[in-house]
Structures are given as structure tokens and as C-alpha cells.
Design a protein around this ligand. Structure first.
Ligand SMILES: Nc1ncnc2c1ncn2[C@@H]1O[C@H](COP(=O)(O)OP(=O)(O)O)[C@@H](O)[C@H]1O
Ligand SMILES: [Mg+2]
Length: 356
């Protein structure tokens, strides 16, 4: 168990800086997810924490000790990668116990630890199989087992589920959540998948271009995104961004409108706007409610209806020509070309400056 602290951590490859000054605090036993698009620096940051990549400047502390110059095996971490990195010629038992074998741990202790990891991961019946006799999910479980037996202070996961098909991914996601509940260890989990971030994390760190965009609990980020990037990244379908004009300001309230939106008053959440300026109104698809006879605040025409089963997604062409996505109840179906109006709770809308 351990705490982690990054202070102004930076990493350059040659002259290109890819991690541009990152500060992160991780509590003992916390499950932290680094999320962001491909290439934003998630793996690099994780590798810096593990010691596989050196730090160009700044510090990384584990349990109050600066570990910048400590080799990976002395940091008390264990890492699980997207590719399983298990040995095909070894059984599950040998693979899981591999780290203990090379560290010359005695046989009885090793067998006990391997059994315990197998029990936690529900693969005791697989211990004598070889990787070729396992499914993708079972192979990843072997890799996780190998991390567990090492009793690390911190678990690092780099997109461990990305090679699995959708159904398995969901199973394994739940298992990793359960693993954290069982072990109560500090875990850092890297993914580009916002669903994994939302479901697994105690705390999400949203990254973009080597910079932290926002840190917070999943629902905190969902309801109070700090900027357009976070607002658009978390949640599916993505938040609608509607270009509006700021018509009036009073205290922390702004009245906004456009050709498709009747004037509404929303909170500025402390952001600065000026009257007459363009701004972006963010409204989640789930917060839009269709109103009879095309009334409501937001007006347009149905283009496409997609019935997903649990919900119906409609794509709307707003009266100013811009697209809008709404997520509606499963039994609501509209013909293309139907005029439609939506209501929404202005308190749930977000107002952002245009180039956030
Ligand atoms: N060894 C390396 N040499 C040069 N550039 C690298 C190296 N590793 C990663 N990068 C670059 O650093 C950036 C971040 O990469 P990475 O951390 O792998 O992103 P992510 O894991 O978020 O997809 C990318 O632009 C990538 O091309
Ligand atoms: Mg990566």
C-alpha cells in the first residue's frame, strides 16, 4: 500500500516534450484512472512512475520517497500491459509464480501465493494449463495474477482490456473493480475508454497533449467539467456543443440564445463572458426532453432515429442548421422530417468560452 506524488513531472524524447509538467496526488488504496485520447502521454506517464522510462525533470514520490533514480524492481510496483506478456511454454502456475522463482522465494511460499492469486482471480482450475489452452480474458488474468503474487505497493495497468472483445471487456472490467475491492491496493489504470474510467475510478485524471485537464471523482467531472475537452470526452453520446450568443449578464448568470434556441438563463460557473460574445452551450443528449407540438426551448427537425433497445438516439438538424443528438426513452420513435422541440433543465447545461 502506498501513496504517490508527481510534481512538475516532465518527459522529452529528443527535443519533443510529451509530458509537460504534471502534478498528481494519489492516496493510499485509491483507484486512479488516467484517461485521454491515443498519444496524449498516458503510457509514458505510467512508465515514468514504474521506472521503465526516466524522468526529464520534476519528481516522482512513492510513500514520501523520491524514486526518480530507483530502478523499477526497487519501486515496489507491478505492471500489467495490454499485451499479456506471458510465456507460452509455461503452465499458468509457472507463469503466475515466475517473478517469485527468479527472486528465489522458497517453493512452499510460492505455491501458497500462486494458489491465493488463483483463488482471487477464480482460476484455480486452470493452474496446469498452458496459455494456448486459455481464452484472451484468462490470459490477461494470468498476467494480473503475476502482479498479485509480487504483493506490490502499487499496481499499474496499461490498457489491460483493449485486446479483448466487448463482452469480455465488460466482465474483466468488473473483475478488476472487484480485485481492487478485495486487495484495497493503490492502483493506477490507463485507458482511452471513458466507460472504463467512469466505472472503475475513485479519481479520474483527464490528460490531453501531455497536460492534466482535470482531476476529480467520475461524477464530479461528468457534472462539472472544467473545459470543453473534458465535457466532450466523458459521456456517451458526447455532450452537444451549441454555439450561442451571450445576450445579457447578471452576477453569475448569463442569458444566451441562437436561431434555434429561445433565450435561457444559465450559470457561468465563475467563467468570464462579455455581452455580445459567442459562447458554447453544452447539453448532454440525455438531458433533452422532447415536447409536444414542437414547443420547448430548442427547435429543429428529426434526421435519423436509431433504436438501441434501452434508448432511442435521434439526430436532429436544429433550425440554425447545426446538428444535435438526443438520447430518448426506448419507445419514442420519430419519422425523419418531423418538427421537434426540446426542453432541458438550464441548471444542467454548461456555458464555455468558445476556444476553451
Ligand atoms: N520512445 C519514444 N520515442 C519518441 N517518442 C515517443 C516514445 N514513446 C512515446 N512517444 C511519443 O510520446 C507521445 C505519447 O505517447 P504515449 O505515452 O504512448 O501515448 P498514449 O499511451 O496516451 O497513447 C506520442 O506522441 C508518442 O509518439
Ligand atoms: Mg498507451
Amino acid at each position: 500500500m502506498a501513496t504517490l506524488k508527481l510534481r512538475d513531472a516532465r518527459k522529452s524524447f529528443g527535443t519533443t516534450e510529451v509530458i509537460k509538467g504534471v502534478d498528481i496526488d494519489i492516496d493510499d488504496g485509491e483507484f486512479v484512472v488516467f484517461v485521454g485520447p491515443s498519444g496524449c502521454g498516458k503510457s509514458t506517464l505510467l512508465r515514468m512512475i514504474s521506472g521503465l522510462e526516466d524522468v526529464t525533470s520534476g519528481t516522482i514520490e512513492i510513500d514520501g520517497q523520491v524514486v526518480n533514480d530507483l530502478p523499477p524492481k526497487e519501486r515496489g510496483i507491478a505492471m500489467v500491459f495490454q499485451t499479456y506478456a506471458i510465456f507460452p511454454h509455461m503452465t499458468v502456475r509457472e507463469n503466475v509464480g515466475f517473478g517469485l522463482t527468479i527472486n528465489k522465494i522458497d517453493k512452499a511460499t510460492k505455491e501458497k501465493k500462486v494458489r491465493e492469486a488463483a483463488r482471487i482471480l477464480q482460476m484455480e482450475h486452470l493452474l496446469d494449463r498452458r496459455p494456448s489452452q486459455l481464452s484472451g480474458g484468462q490470459r490477461q488474468r494470468v498476467a494480473i495474477g503475476r502482479a498479485i503474487v509480487r504483493d506490490p505497493k502499487v499496481f499499474l495497468f496499461d490498457e489491460p482490456l483493449s485486446n479483448l472483445d466487448a463482452a469480455l471487456r465488460m466482465d474483466m472490467r468488473m473483475e478488476i473493480g472487484k480485485l481492487h475491492q478485495d486487495l484495497k491496493a493503490t492502483m493506477i489504470y490507463v485507458t482511452h475508454d471513458q466507460v472504463e474510467a467512469m466505472t472503475l475510478a475513485d479519481k479520474i485524471v483527464v490528460l490531453k497533449d501531455g497536460l492534466v485537464m482535470q482531476v476529480g471523482a467520475p461524477m464530479e467531472l461528468y457534472h462539472e467539467p472544467a473545459n470543453l475537452f473534458v465535457a466532450g470526452f466523458l459521456g456517451a453520446p458526447s455532450m452537444n456543443f451549441i454555439e450561442v450568443t451571450v445576450d445579457a449578464l447578471e452576477g453569475d448568470r448569463a442569458r444566451v440564445s441562437n436561431a434555434a434556441l429561445d433565450p435561457i438563463t444559465v450559470s457561468t460557473r465563475g467563467r468570464a463572458f462579455t455581452v455580445g460574445q459567442q459562447a458554447i452551450l453544452g447539453v448532454r443528449p440525455q438531458y433533452l426532453h422532447p415536447v409536444k407540438d414542437a414547443e420547448g426551448q430548442l427547435h429543429g427537425t428529426i434526421r435519423i432515429t436509431e433504436r438501441l433497445g434501452a434508448e432511442t438516439i435521434v439526430e436532429v438538424r436544429l433550425n440554425d442548421g447545426e446538428p444535435l443528438i438526443a438520447a430518448l426513452a426506448e419507445d419514442l420513435v420519430y419519422e425523419p422530417g418531423t418538427s421537434i422541440g426540446f426542453d432541458f433543465d438550464p441548471e444542467r447545461a454548461q456555458l464555455f468560452p468558445p476556444q476553451d
